[in-house]
Design a protein around this ligand. Structure first.
Ligand code: G3P
Ligand code: MG
Length: 251
């Protein structure tokens, strides 16, 4: 599966099927595929000892009930935590995954958006290490890198030019520049804008550049309908079954 062969609109399971299973766990990714999502999205970060792990927040607090900063914890410490119970008792024992585990289990079965989420440590070795793993598993054509930081994506482009890149843009003033000039002049195959900034005009502008617009994070039926009508190329959602139903009804 390559970016070009994803269905339109594509359904990306945001942190896996995170409305139905603990976010960024193997259980959430497996469920997303079972539910029929076209792709999964995950947040990659480095442990203190340089392993790429999958977790959204800067701390382990919200998703594991323990306390600590991810960047200060070793892999062994992180792996000892329970990333499932705080979502629901039946997921007890789910671990914070290694990116390698996700690649191993799902790399040949789906398309993976790896968000380079080292926003607070942009000079660390995350991009280099992720690119090495993508090469090791030969997934250059089955991943889409994304980041809020154009510099991380430029680094990825230098190391692995054949893997496509999506530029994330939030709301706020800086994001306005990101969505316009930085996106326009940069080498990106997609824009990943925040839903609150997305308009039909913006989607048209992206299409005029021959690129794709993948919108985050879209969990409401009315929002999905509207974006699909506007021609969005895909959405990130916590609830793939809902998005699949709406896509079926809108076609
Ligand atoms: O990639 C879309 C979305 O995941 C970006 O925001 O904070 O959920 O990683 P966040
Ligand atoms: Mg993310």
């Amino acid at each position: 599966m390559m970016l070009e062969s994803l269905p339109r609109p594509a359904i990306f399971a945001h942190r896996g099927a995170s409305a139905h299973a603990p976010e960024n766990t193997l259980a959430a990714f497996a469920l997303a595929l079972e539910q029929g999502a076209d792709a999964i999205e995950l947040d990659a970060k480095l442990s203190a000892d340089g392993h790429v792990i999958v977790i959204h927040d800067l701390t382990v607090d919200r998703t594991t009930g323990a306390q600590g900063k991810v960047q200060e914890m070793s892999l062994a410490k992180l792996r000892a935590l329970d990333a499932g119970s705080s979502f629901a008792p039946k997921f007890r024992g789910e671990k914070i995954p290694l990116l390698e585990e996700v690649f191993e289990a799902f790399g040949n079965r789906t398309f993976i958006n790896v968000e380079l989420s080292n926003h607070h440590t942009p000079n660390d070795q995350l991009v280099e290490t992720v690119c090495m793993l993508v090469k090791k598993f030969n997934l250059q054509k089955r991943v889409l890198f994304s980041s809020f930081h154009p510099r991380s994506l430029a680094k990825a482009q230098g190391l692995l030019p054949e893997a496509p890149r999506g530029l994330l843009a939030n709301d706020g003033f800086r994001a306005l520049l990101v969505r316009s000039f930085i996106f326009y002049f940069g080498n990106f195959q997609a824009l990943h804008p925040n839903i609150w900034t997305t308009s039909p005009q913006q989607i048209r502008r992206v299409h005029r550049l021959g690129r794709r617009a993948y919108i985050f994070t879209v969990n409401k039926e009315e929002q999905m309908r509207k974006l699909f009508r506007w021609g969005a190329d895909g959405i990130f959602t916590d609830d793939p079954p809902l998005a699949l139903r709406v896509r079926g009804e809108t076609k």
